[in-house]
Design a protein around this ligand. Structure first.
Ligand code: ZN
Ligand code: MN
Length: 476
C-alpha cells in the first residue's frame, strides 16, 4: 500500500519584533504576558502595522523554495473563537497567498535526489499559547500566555509528494537547514516549528494529524498513523476522513471530536491591511549560498566526499566550523574529524558546536596530520577539550594534553616487548592466524593496542605482529 503524505509547516520567523506591532519576539526567558500591547492583545480600536522585515524574510523563503510570488497577495481574516486568539480571528492569507508553485530537493529513501513540490507559502500571525493545568485529558483549568501572539509565521504547504515518515522527516530537516541558511529561522528555538500532516493510504481517505511540535515527533506520529490506518483496512473497515491530534508523550494520535470546515472560518480580505505587491522586491533579493551549493563547493574546492559534504552542510553551524578548521591544511582529514568524530562527541554531550574552540581543533588536526598522535590518541585529546569546555573551563591546548596523558606516538621499536608479550600470551590466536584465519590478527592487534594504551598505530602493530609470528601464507 502506497503511503501518501503532505505537510503544512509553520515556522516562526526570527524578526526582532512581532508581525503587526513593536513587541519584542524574544520572550522565551520572560514571564507570561510581558511581551504584549493593545495590538497583539487584539483590543478594540487598534490597527495592525505590517513588519517590513517579516515580509522580506518571507520573500527570502519563497525565493529559496523556487516559488512564484503573486502579483498581488492579500491578508485575510480567519474567524474562529478560541482563547488563544483574543481578536476572534487570525490574520493570515487565504486565496491570494504570498507565493505558489515551488519545490525543494531532498534525499529520497533510495538515496537519490527527489523533488518535493511546494503548493504555497503564506504569512500569518501566531496565536497565543494555552497552558492546561491539571492531569492529562482532564485539565482543571487553562492559562493563556499572549507573549507568542503576533509572532510572524511562515506557513509552507507541500503537495502530497512524500512517501514515508522518514522522507517527511528528511524534508523537514532540509527545510530547517535551508531556512537557517537564509537567516530567518532558528531551529533550536523551542516551539519554533509546528507541523500538521495529511496522510492517507492509496485511494483511502485523508487524515489530518495536527500540531506535531518536534522534529522527532513528525516521524513518530506518521509511523503510528500508518500502522493505525493499515490495521483499519486489514479489518475490512475503511479509514474515516477526520482530524486527529498527536499526543507526543504517548506517541499516539487520537480522534479530535469536532473539526471546522473551511467555510466555517468565514474568510474575508483583511480590511485593515493593503494588498501586498512585492514581486519586484522579491526579484531584487539576493539569496545567500544555500546548502546544495555549499555541498558542491565543499566537494569541488576541498575534495570532501559527497556523504561528508551532506553531513557538514546539513547544519549551518557545522559547515561554518568546518570552514574555520580547514586551515589545518588537510581538508579531508578535517572533514572526517568534524563529520564523524566531533559530531558524535558533541551530540553525546548535548553541546553546541559554537562552544568547541576552533583553534584547538586546528592544532589537534595538525598533530594528527604529522602523525604525532594516533587516531585513538586524537579522540582522547578531543574528549579532554570538550569536557573542559563543557565545564566552562578554558581548555588546555592539544600539545599540553598529549604531554599530560603521555599520548605521543612512540617509535615502533619501543613496542617490541609488547609484541613479544602478546604473541606469548595468546598462542591460540597465533596458531589460528598461521592456519589461515586473518581475523585472528585483529584480535592480536587489539591486545597490543590495549597494552600500548592507544599510543601505537594499529597498522604498524599489525605489521610488527605479522613479522614476529611469520610463517603464514595469508597477508592482510
Ligand atoms: Zn504587541
Ligand atoms: Mn496556519
Amino acid at each position: 500500500m502506497t503511503v501518501i503524505i503532505g505537510l503544512e509547516i509553520h515556522c516562526q520567523l526570527t524578526t526582532r519584533t512581532k508581525l503587526f506591532c513593536g513587541c519584542s519576539t524574544d520572550y522565551r526567558n520572560d514571564p507570561p504576558n510581558t511581551h504584549t500591547c493593545p495590538i497583539c492583545l487584539g483590543l478594540p480600536g487598534t490597527l495592525p502595522c505590517l513588519n517590513r522585515k517579516a515580509v522580506e524574510y518571507a520573500l527570502r523563503v519563497a525565493k529559496a523554495l523556487n516559488c512564484t510570488v503573486l502579483e498581488e497577495a492579500e491578508f485575510a481574516r480567519k474567524n474562529y473563537f478560541y482563547p488563544d486568539l483574543p481578536k476572534g480571528f487570525q490574520i493570515t492569507m487565504y486565496d491570494r497567498p504570498l507565493a505558489v508553485d515551488g519545490h525543494l530537493e531532498i534525499e529520497a529513501d533510495n538515496g537519490t535526489e527527489k523533488r518535493i513540490r511546494i503548493t504555497r507559502v503564506h504569512m500569518e500571525e501566531d496565536p497565543g499559547r494555552l497552558v492546561h493545568v491539571g492531569s492529562g485529558d482532564r485539565p482543571r483549568y487553562s492559562l493563556v500566555d499572549y507573549n507568542r501572539s503576533g509572532i510572524p509565521l511562515i506557513e509552507i504547504v507541500t503537495d502530497p509528494d512524500l512517501r514515508s515518515p522518514k522522507e517527511a522527516r528528511r524534508f523537514i530537516n532540509t527545510l530547517r537547514t535551508t531556512l537557517e541558511y537564509l537567516g530567518v529561522f532558528d531551529g533550536d528555538r523551542e516551539g519554533g516549528l509546528r507541523v500538521d500532516a495529511n496522510i492517507s493510504m492509496e485511494r483511502g481517505s485523508r487524515v489530518e494529524v495536527k500540531n506535531i511540535s518536534s522534529y522527532k515527533g513528525v516521524e513518530k506520529a506518521l509511523t503510528f498513523e500508518i500502522t493505525r490506518q493499515r490495521n483499519v483496512i486489514r479489518r475490512g473497515l475503511s479509514v474515516e476522513r477526520e482530524t486527529r491530534h498527536f499526543l507526543e508523550a504517548r506517541g499516539v494520535t487520537t480522534s479530535a471530536r469536532s473539526k471546522e470546515e473551511e467555510h466555517d472560518y468565514r474568510y474575508f480580505p483583511e480590511p485593515d491591511l493593503r494588498p501586498l505587491r512585492v514581486r519586484e522586491w522579491c526579484d531584487a533579493i539576493v539569496l545567500p549560498e544555500l546548502p546544495a551549493a555549499r555541498r558542491v563547493r565543499f566537494a569541488d574546492s576541498f575534495g570532501v566526499s559527497p556523504s561528508h559534504a551532506r553531513t557538514l552542510c546539513g547544519d549551518l553551524k557545522l559547515a561554518d566550523f568546518f570552514e574555520e578548521v580547514v586551515v589545518c591544511g588537510d581538508p579531508i582529514l578535517a572533514a572526517t574529524w568534524v563529520a564523524d568524530t566531533l559530531l558524535g562527541e558533541v551530540y553525546y554531550r548535548d553541546m553546541e558546536i559554537a562552544r568547541v574552540p576552533a583553534g584547538h581543533f586546528v592544532e589537534l588536526l595538525r598533530l594528527l596530520k604529522k602523525k604525532e598522535i594516533t587516531d585513538k590518541g586524537g579522540v582522547e585529546v578531543l574528549r579532554a577539550i570538550l569536557d573542559q569546555s563543557a565545564r566552562g573551563e578554558v581548555p588546555e591546548t592539544p600539545a599540553t594534553i598529549v604531554a599530560r596523558l603521555n599520548l605521543g606516538k612512540a617509535a615502533g621499536d619501543a613496542f617490541g616487548p609488547v609484541i613479544r608479550e602478546v604473541v606469548e600470551s595468546c598462542p591460540a590466536a597465533v596458531q589460528d592466524f598461521r592456519n589461515g584465519k586473518p581475523e585472528a590478527l585483529n584480535y592480536l592487534v587489539g591486545q597490543a593496542m590495549k597494552r600500548t594504551r592507544g599510543r601505537a598505530d594499529p597498522k604498524e602493530l599489525a605489521r610488527m605482529i605479522r613479522e614476529a609470528i611469520g610463517g603464514s601464507g595469508v597477508t592482510g
